[in-house]
Design a protein around this ligand. Structure first.
Ligand code: EPZ
Length: 422
């Protein structure tokens, strides 16, 4: 799919959503797995990658690193036996900011790498101190000169790393880096997200020796080299949650072809308590809603297995349209309520109490408006608001949404929504 920067979405709200839909492969599993493919000295095939901007950008970065990439449909065949890592040019460093977990993979193939200090983005400061502290603990020397950071892994060694926060990216960086680092490396306070587990499963399929994926303690026994393999990443739990919340909001019935319901059990519990009928089978989640739901007083995000921060904006829209008051607490990122003013434009009753807490009082309906997506998940929350709103909603900056959702308009038209890309 060619996503154009100036694309916008036009939504005519009011349709109930009905039908069956298969959930795309996970963006946040696919990205580190594509990164880790360069650790192998063989050919790697990653199947069913989602056709989204972040994957397209990652493929561009890998190609610039000298990986030969062949694509058939959404399957990628990657051969990184002839990397040309010595000229990591500056603009690559800029784009690499968005995929900081490439560091760990690159440092298994070359001794040094330079990157620019990542600036904050719109959901928070996005520092990399936890990543750098962990690399340092494993003998990587780090020098900062102005906005550039130089890492040298010539004298790197296995060891123990304790993360001050269970950072997904930092865990993924160290797991990749330690996979071919001679000796035993242990990560304490590791992230337990399903995407981290999927990366570890992928690395193990390439011959890595990893124990404890999905727990707070991950042990990696370095091996000489990883071989090629073929792998299909897990489905996207955030996209699955987005679709369930959309049907909860508009009313209707959806059969979601999604096989990891355990990974969104917190959301399923919340939607049931709000008044949705949910039937969970091994690879299907069926949700029915009359669109007339009630609040559950409080929703708090946290590190997995708590309620995911990436569904917080989606939950904002849902809570804006249920009967009653909800307090939403964001415990992972420090400024993830950017989308509130856009929802208020539509008539939502949301009060920002701090950069971590909002109070939402449900209203019966929202009115269509001209809106600006500000980042990926906030943009998706505006789409859900437009699906329920009276009248027409136009959403600008759809490129943010295209980073993580595969043609979001097609996803919802297949369920009966009146939405088009203009
Ligand atoms: C991953 O980001 C995801 N991105 C995010 O999804 C997700 O929100 C996040 O994990 C939390 O689950 C990808 O996997 C590509 P973190 P990541 O390091 O790795 C702080 C989406 O919408 N921190 O777990 O960057 C950080 O500021 C995206 O798909 C440090 O302080 O998240 C944050 O407050 C958004 N220092 C907290 O840790 C560091 O060195 C969690 O960040 C690193 C992180």
């Amino acid at each position: 799919m060619i996503y154009k920067y100036e694309d916008r979405l036009k939504i005519r709200g009011g349709s109930r959503l009905n039908g069956e839909i298969t959930v795309q492969t996970s963006k946040n599993a696919c990205l580190p797995i594509l990164s880790a493919s360069i650790i192998s000295n063989g050919v790697v095939r990653i199947d069913s990658c989602p056709d989204i901007l972040d994957v397209q950008n990652m493929i561009e970065i890998l190609t610039e690193l000298g990986v030969s990439v062949r694509k058939s449909d959404n399957d990628y065949i990657l051969d990184s036996r002839s990397l040309n890592l010595n000229h990591l040019d500056f603009n690559l460093c800029k784009t690499m900011r968005s995929s900081i977990f490439l560091l760990g993979a690159i440092l298994t193939r070359c001794d040094s790498v330079m990157l620019t200090t990542p600036g904050g983005c719109n959901i928070g400061e996005r520092p990399i101190d936890i990543h750098l502290k962990a690399f340092k603990k494993l003998g990587v020397t780090i020098r900062q000169m102005g906005e550039y950071i130089f890492l040298n892994a010539k004298n790197a060694h296995a060891g123990k790393v304790k993360l001050k926060l269970p950072s997904v990216g930092a865990t993924e960086n160290i797991v990749q880096f330690a996979s071919t680092l001679k000796g035993k490396t242990t990560i304490y306070n590791a992230a337990r997200e399903p995407e981290v587990v999927d990366l570890c499963n992928f690395l193990s399929k390439m011959g890595a020796k990893i124990i404890g994926a999905g727990t707070k303690k991950i042990t990696i026994y370095g091996v000489d080299r990883l071989h090629g393999t073929e792998y299909t990443p897990i489905q996207d739990r955030i996209v699955a949650g987005t679709i369930l919340c959309a049907v909860a909001i508009t009313g209707g019935n959806v059969r979601l072809k999604y096989s990891n319901s355990i990974q969104i059990r917190k959301l399923i519990e919340i939607l049931s308590r709000m008044g949705c009928q949910i039937d969970v089978k091994s690879d299907i989640i069926e949700l029915t809603s009359d669109g007339n739901l009630h609040s559950i007083a409080k929703v708090e995000t946290g590190y997995y297995p708590d309620f995911p921060t990436d569904l917080q904006s989606i939950m904002l829209t849902l809570c804006a349209l249920v009967h009653g008051e909800t307090e939403i607490v964001e415990r992972v990122f420090e400024s993830r309520f950017l989308i509130v003013p856009e929802l208020v434009k539509m008539g939502a009753n949301i009060e920002v109490l701090s950069n971590r807490r909002v109070k939402v009082v449900g209203v019966d309906s929202l009115s269509g408006a001209c809106l600006q997506a500000k980042e990926l998940r906030g943009g998706a929350s505006l789409v859900l608001a437009g699906l329920r709103a009276k009248g027409e909603t136009i959403i600008d900056n759809v490129h943010f949404i295209d980073r993580g959702y595969e043609q979001i308009e097609s996803m919802f038209t297949s369920l009966g929504a009146d939405i088009e890309r203009i």
